[in-house]
Design a protein around this ligand. Structure first.
Ligand SMILES: C[S@@+](CC[C@H](N)C(=O)[O-])C[C@H]1O[C@@H](n2cnc3c(N)ncnc32)[C@H](O)[C@@H]1O
Length: 199
């Protein structure tokens, strides 16, 4: 089995990637991760999804491809030019809301008494520093029992001579030892951890 073939990316994914290349943006997830996002998204019909770090919408397009018509996704990105590309290709989809702003601020809003979203989200893809390297506990508190939390880019990178990053080691330790989640670590693609809140 060749796990990088036959993944059938959604058409919007290629459009977003082409524009990402034009602006020199290289941080979109890989196709394997996209395919996993799509597969897991399809397991949450009617789900409430959150993506932290839209980028140009590459991972967003995979999530939307897996979501059913009743599911809803909010995706947060602070860089306006990244966001413009994502909105250009995916903004027609009524299931997704784009937030242009700081993910840390948005997380605080979700946990405010007015929004009161703790324990209400089915799926979080945390792909920027807030919610992954900072505010981890806050973001995990948003996940409902049986809900999923996913991070990628957990493996040491070639551009840093494969030196382990202490921030990612700490994140791994915290998830490994979290009393409220089961986790699976995948030494695959960029390195993934999938966590599910225990029921
Ligand atoms: C790894 S990229 C996201 C890639 C995207 N999820 C994908 O796989 O296609 C991280 C993104 O987070 C954005 N970002 C960085 N800090 C942020 C913050 N504090 N709040 C919101 N977005 C942030 C960056 O501009 C960048 O587009």
């Amino acid at each position: 089995m060749e796990d990088r073939e036959g993944l059938n990316p959604p058409p919007q994914a290629a459009l977003a990637l082409a524009e990402a290349a034009a602006i020199g943006f290289t941080l979109s997830c890989d196709d394997q991760t996209g395919s996993l996002l799509r597969t897991l998204a399809a397991s949450k019909p009617g789900g409430h999804f959150l993506e932290l770090g839209t980028g140009v919408g590459y991972s967003t397009s995979w999530l939307l491809a897996g979501m059913d018509p009743a599911s809803r996704l909010v995706t947060v990105e602070k860089n306006l030019s990244h966001n413009r590309i994502a909105i250009k290709h995916l903004g027609h989809d009524p299931r997704v809301s784009f937030v242009t702003g700081d993910a840390a601020k948005f997380i605080a809003e979700l946990l405010s008494p007015e929004e009161n979203m703790a324990g209400k989200l089915d799926f979080i893809f945390a792909d920027t520093a807030p919610g992954k390297l900072t505010l981890l506990e806050e973001v995990l508190s948003l996940v409902k029992p049986g809900g999923l939390f996913l991070v990628d880019d957990m493996l040491p990178k070639a551009e840093f001579n494969f030196m382990p990053d202490p921030r990612y080691i700490e994140l791994t330790n915290r998830l490994e030892n979290h009393p409220d989640f089961f986790i699976t670590k995948l030494n695959w693609a960029s390195g993934l951890i999938i966590a599910t809140r225990k029921v």
